[in-house]
Ligand binder design. Sequence first.
Ligand code: G6P
Ligand code: MG
Length: 220
Amino acid sequence: NKIGVIFDLDGVIVDTAKYHFLAWKNLADELGFEFTEAHNELLKGVSRVRSLEILLDIGNINLPESKKQEYLVSKNEDYLNYITKMGPEEILPGAEKLLDNLDKLGIKYVLGSASKNSPLILKQVNLLDRFEGIVDGNSVNKAKPDPEVFLIGAKKLNLKPEKCIVFEDAIAGIEAANRANMTSIGIGNKETLNAANYNFNNLTEIPENFFEKFLSKNNI
Ligand code: G6P
Ligand code: MG
């Protein structure tokens, strides 16, 4: 096909943001400061290392590098305790229908996520085999809002960036898609994601004929 789709994982396909939140909150508790859901917004789409830096800034805490490494490991162990209990029932509403629709149209899709745990999460929810390729936190050097993750995704799809549509729930992700010269679709709060080309509250709101319309509108 002439277009392709790149999906973010956390907050688009599955709601793992709540588990990241719990794991980071546990760490903040241990360090003795409050970490709220509003704080957690700042961590969405952001790499693990950068997330810790933001968290420590919120708590006004300075740590030696060795201690940071320790906390990165313990946070992830904590997070994995939640992830390994996940199942297909945690796929967000509308996601499977959307993938079915893309299959029907012969439009290929890849994953473009900052998470190093992406393959494990996709396996837990039985979606690993459906993607044409996986670009995750293990394969990129520069985190979103850098467009690298999506540009590698376009290569996997064998398409020019202009022919790629990105589904994202994070501000940093929408910025990355826009910088990659792709069509960005914000999933979540419209005001928060106002830099996106299209906005939907969730995947169930995407019209059945969205891609057909997109193709004809762009003369593809
Ligand atoms: C996603 C999430 C972030 C998370 C990042 C790294 O982008 O939205 O909240 O920090 O992945 O995830 P990881 O599973 O590698 O710690
Ligand atoms: Mg996300």
